[in-house]
Design a protein around this ligand. Structure first.
Ligand code: EPZ
Length: 418
């Protein structure tokens, strides 16, 4: 297993290009199962999770080919197996995104239940309830979801809570269902909007994506299409915090500041100078950050996927901040590791009380999940001395060669094999 060696204290300076969004690429690739045409996807990030879902689609018989420009072509023409096996699903919950497309196009699917993960149990009951309302027969056996439906029909589905992949799964199912589907209390994330844009380019008839009420007129078939995946707002937010925590001056290119309003607002409140332009963002921080309070919420609220990164910044802020996590049950795994670096954080209920300290100290720390590992890297960039971040395979799931890009901004960071 690899680890990162980081020596903190260098303000980051320079420019970094933001990759395509992992959480848009995953449903967009799964949408390849909905058509026997070709999907030509551009701006696909080179990540472990993308390799995993590509392997899963190939397992089913789909073709998934990389191209020289870093894009992917997905073709669902030859799909002949409708199963997502446990050994693949357990490494990536987002594999559940093949469920809706398989049932919609082939009338059947056998998908391993994803099981929980480090940040919470993360059930898929709302995905299944929606498919049932659309006429699918759902059985659970031996840890697998077995779904059957001669033809899905439209339905009015009201989600108990906002679910990103639940909305995405049912959007893909509804695109080929007979009649009209309305998704109420739908997730509004940019990644949901990006999937709807792709589906409409394939001939779907979707209105309202990005609001919490989405209407889909089913069509008999979908065609191939070309689509450029949106920028990754969480990767961009992570680099923006890296600029702020090191008191540097970094420009992000190929990003979408309009998808980052809540996060940029908190960075400004903490004292960062944030200048947004079309597709670009400049973040400067000249002094110690000011403590701010944050509560995570579904989009357009403050992203839960940015909570750990902001906590790293607040660990060295002037004052006390209260960080409340409302989306996942256990998304404070990074706290114990930050404490090992000298942070002063107490957890009570769903909130973390962070008393900023003048400086953190480098230490050996362990990554537990994707965004927690990003938080440890950020803390290490400002800590005195050397930090070793272990199990960085978590990081590789969501950040393309992050150590090379941080080093290009001046960070003292190296990847070594453990
Ligand atoms: C997506 O996960 C993202 N992953 C997550 O990003 C992100 O943290 C999350 O949305 C919230 O924004 C992808 O898009 C691939 P949810 P998802 O369904 O869809 C509960 C990352 O770091 N729930 O919106 O799995 C669930 O337990 C990852 O890139 C049910 O109870 O999240 C959670 O508490 C981590 N029943 C809440 O809803 C269901 O059927 C939100 O989960 C579905 C969800």
């Amino acid at each position: 297993m690899d680890q990162l060696l980081i020596r903190g204290g260098t303000p980051l300076e320079g420019s970094v290009r933001v990759s395509g969004a992992k959480n848009a690429a995953l449903p967009n690739i799964a949408a390849g199962l909905l058509t026997d045409g070709d999907l030509r996807l551009a701006n696909v990030p080179r990540l472990k999770d993308i390799e995993t879902i590509s392997r899963l689609l190939r397992h089913m018989g789909a073709a998934v080919e990389g191209d020289a420009a870093g894009g992917l072509t997905v073709s669902g023409r030859a799909v002949s197996r409708f199963e997502a096996p446990y050994n693949l699903v357990r490494t990536m919950r987002a594999s559940v995104l093949v469920l809706g497309p398989l049932v919609a196009r082939f009338g059947r699917a056998r998908v391993s239940l994803p099981g929980g993960c480090a940040i919470g149990p993360r059930p898929i009951n709302l995905h299944l309830a929606g498919l049932k309302q659309m006429g699918a027969e759902i059985d659970l056996s031996e840890g697998y979801v077995e779904a059957k439906a001669p033809r899905l029909h439209g339905a009015r589905i009201v989600f108990d809570i906002k679910t990103v992949t639940g909305t995405e799964n049912l959007l893909m199912a509804a695109a080929l269902a007979e009649g009209t589907t309305v998704l109420e209390n739908a997730a509004c994330e940019p990644e949901v909007q990006d999937l709807a844009a792709l589906l409409n380019a394939m001939g779907a008839r979707i209105r309202g994506a990005g609001t919490d009420s989405i209407t889909v007129e089913g069509v008999p078939a979908l065609t191939g299409a070309s689509h450029r995946i949106i920028a990754d707002r969480i990767e961009a937010g992570t680099f923006a915090v890296a600029a702020a925590i090191t008191r540097g001056d970094v420009t992000l290119t190929d990003c979408a500041p309009e998808h980052m309003v809540a996060v940029l607002g908190k960075l400004r409140e903490a004292g960062a100078e944030v200048t947004a332009g079309p597709g670009s963002l400049r973040v400067r921080m000249g002094a110690r950050p000011v403590a701010v309070n944050v509560q995570t919420a579904p989009y357009p609220g403050f992203a839960t996927d940015m909570q750990a990164q902001l906590m790293a910044l607040m660990s060295v802020a002037n004052g006390r901040s209260v960080i409340t996590e409302t989306v996942f049950e256990n998304r404070f795994m990074h706290v114990n590791e930050l404490l090992r670096m000298g942070a002063d954080i107490k957890i009570a209920g769903g909130a973390a009380f962070v008393q900023g300290v003048p400086r953190l100290r480098g230490a050996p720390v362990m990554a537990t999940d994707l965004r927690a590992s990003a938080s440890l890297v950020l803390a290490a960039l400002v800590a005195e001395g050397k930090t070793v971040v272990h199990r960085i395979y978590h990081l590789d799931r969501g950040y393309e060669t992050i150590e090379k890009r941080l080093a290009a901004l001046g960070a003292d960071v190296r990847r070594v094999r453990e």
